[in-house]
Ligand binder design. Structure first.
Ligand code: GDP
Ligand code: IMO
Ligand code: MG
Length: 423
C-alpha cells in the first residue's frame, strides 16, 4: 500500500491541520515527518477549535494511529502541554500516539540558543518562532543531538548535561543579553520528560513498513511549507528541515517508490509570517482585508501574517519540486467581496520576464506581473457542493488548474471540518 503525502505549498499555514483532520477518515495512520512545535495546525469541529504543534492532526479520530516520525524534533515541555490539552477528549493516547525513538529532542538550551542567534542577527533576523528548531537540527546534522530513544538509557541525564553545558558556552559566544534561569527551565524539562516516558516509543520506520505490508493506509503530514524548505525555500529565511516531498522519505523511512498521491495544499492568496522576501505582498487595504477576514495571525506565535495575492510562479515551483498529483485550495471564502483579483503569473526579473523561481526573489530584483480576474460577491461559507460555487470562482479555479496542470480536488470554504467541498 502506497503512502500518501499532504504538504503545504506556500510559506506555511495553508490549512494542513484542517485537511488532515478531514482526510483522516480515509486513513489508518497519520504520520508527521518533520518540523516541531514551530508548527501550529488548527482543527475545528463541533464548535471546538484546537491547535496542534507536534501531535499529528488525525489524533481526534478514534480509529487512527498517529505517528511522530524520526524527522520531527520534540520539545517535551510543549508536548506535555499538548497532551494535557487533549485529556478532556478521553483519547487513549498511549495506544493512539506513537513516537519514533529516532526523533530528536529540543532542550531548553536549544531555545536559548535560538533566541541568542536571532538577537545577534538584529535586523537580519529570520523571524524564527524561537522554539529551538534551528539549533536542534544543527545538533542533529552535527551528530551531537539527543534522541527520544536516549531517554530509555540509564545515563541520559549525563548526556543531557554535557550537551547543555556546551550550549551554555555557545550562548556566551553571542554578544547579546539573554536573561534566563536554567535551573527553572530544567525543572520543567525533567518533569515533562518523565511524562513523555510514559508514552509509547517505537522504531517507527519498522512499524510503518509492516503497516504498509499489512495494507494499512498511511497519510504523511507535513509541517511548514515548500517555500520554507531548508534547500528549496527562500534561504536563509526558511526553517531547518526539508518540508518538501523528499522530507517524508527521510523523515519516516518510507522508500521513494512507496509514495502514492502527493496532496498539495495552498491558500487562494498568499501569507507569510516572519522575515524574508514575498514578491506579491500587499501593503494596502486589500492586504489588510485578507488579514482581517482570514484572521491571519500565527497559530503558534500570534504574530500577524503578511498577506498578498496568489503567486503562481512560486506555486508552480512547489508543485514541480514535490511532484504534486492533486491540489486543495483553502480560504476561497476570504476573497468573497473583492471586485477584482490578481494572480501573479510571471516575474520581471532584472528587466526580463521569467516564469520560474530565481535564486533571489528580493524586491530589488523581482516585480510581479499580474493577470486580473473578476471576483465574486457570494458568501461561500454555507456552501457544501461544487455546483453551488459562483461562476467567477469556477473561472479562478479553472485558470489555476490550467496554469498548474494539476486538478484542484478540494475547495475549502471555512475553518470547520464540514466547510469542505469536493470536486
Ligand atoms: P496549518 O499550519 O497549515 O495547519 O494552518 P494554520 O492552522 O496555521 O492556519 C490556517 C488557519 O485558517 C486556521 O485558523 C484555520 O482554522 C483556518 N482555515 C483553514 N481552512 C480555512 C478556510 O477554508 N477558510 C477560512 N476562512 N479559514 C480556514
Ligand atoms: P505550520 O506547520 C508558518 C517560519 C517562521 C520563520 C521561519 C523559521 O503551522 O505551517 P523556525 O521557528 O522554524 O526557526 O522559523 O519559518 N515558520 C512558519 N511559518 N507556519 C509554520 O508552520 C512555520 N514554522 C516556521 O515564522 O519565518
Ligand atoms: Mg500553522
Amino acid at each position: 500500500m502506497a503512502v500518501d503525502l499532504l504538504l503545504g505549498l506556500q510559506w506555511g499555514d495553508e490549512g494542513k491541520g484542517k485537511i488532515v483532520d478531514v482526510l483522516t477518515r480515509n486513513y489508518d495512520i497519520i504520520a508527521r515527518f518533520q518540523g516541531g512545535p514551530n508548527a501550529g495546525h488548527t482543527l475545528e469541529f463541533d464548535g471546538i477549535k484546537h491547535v496542534l504543534h507536534t501531535i499529528p492532526s488525525g489524533i481526534f479520530h478514534k480509529n487512527a494511529i498517529n505517528v511522530v516520525g524520526n524527522g520531527v524534533v520534540i520539545d517535551p515541555v510543549i508536548f506535555k502541554k499538548e497532551i494535557d490539552a487533549l485529556k478532556k477528549f478521553n483519547l487513549d493516547i498511549k495506544a493512539k500516539l506513537l513516537i519514533s525513538r529516532k526523533a530528536h529532542l529540543i532542550l531548553p538550551t536549544h531555545r536559548l540558543l535560538d533566541a541568542a542567534s536571532e538577537a545577534a542577527k538584529g535586523k537580519a533576523k529570520i523571524g524564527s518562532t524561537l522554539k529551538g528548531i534551528g539549533p536542534t537540527y544543527m545538533d542533529k546534522t552535527g551528530r551531537n543531538g539527543m534522541r527520544i530513544g536516549d531517554l530509555e538509557l540509564s545515563n541520559w541525564k549525563e548526556k543531557y548535561r554535557l550537551l547543555a553545558n556546551k550550549h551554555e558556552a555557545m550562548i556566551g559566544f553571542y554578544d547579546v543579553d539573554i536573561q534566563y534561569d536554567l535551573a527553572e527551565l530544567e525543572a520543567d524539562f525533567f518533569k515533562a520528560v518523565e511524562e513523555l516516558k510514559t508514552l509509547t516509543f517505537i522504531d517507527s520506520e519498522e512499524y510503518l513498513y509492516q503497516a504498509q505490508k499489512a495494507g494499512k493506509k498511511i497519510l504523511a503530514e507535513g509541517a511548514q511549507g515548500s517555500l520554507l524548505d531548508i534547500d528549496f525555500g527562500t534561504y536563509p529565511f526558511v526553517t531547518s528541515s526539508n518540508t518538501t516531498a523528499a522530507g517524508a522519505c527521510t523523515g519516516l523511512g518510507v522508500a521513494p517508490n512507496q509514495i502514492g498521491a502527493v496532496k498539495g495544499i495552498f491558500k487562494a492568496y498568499t501569507t507569510r509570517v516572519g522575515s524574508g522576501p514575498f514578491p506579491t505582498e500587499l501593503f494596502d487595504e486589500d492586504g489588510e482585508t485578507m488579514g482581517r477576514v482570514g484572521n491571519e495571525f500565527g497559530a503558534t506565535t500570534g504574530r500577524a501574517r503578511r498577506c498578498g495575492w496568489l503567486d503562481l510562479v512560486a506555486l508552480k515551483y512547489a508543485v514541480q519540486i514535490n511532484g504534486v498529483t492533486e491540489l486543495m485550495m483553502m480560504k476561497g471564502d476570504v476573497l468573497s467581496g473583492f471586485k477584482k483579483l490578481k494572480v501573479c503569473t510571471a516575474y520581471n526579473y532584472k528587466g526580463n520576464e521569467i516564469t520560474h523561481l530565481p535564486f533571489n526573489i528580493e524586491a530589488e530584483n523581482v516585480t510581479p506581473i499580474y493577470s486580473e480576474m473578476n471576483g465574486w460577491a457570494e458568501d461561500l461559507t454555507k456552501m457544501d457542493k461544487a455546483d453551488q460555487l459562483p461562476s467567477s470562482l469556477n473561472d479562478y479555479i479553472d485558470f489555476l488548474e490550467k496554469e498548474l496542470e494539476v486538478p484542484i480536488k478540494i475547495v475549502s470554504v471555512g475553518p470547520d471540518r464540514t466547510q469542505t467541498i469536493y470536486r
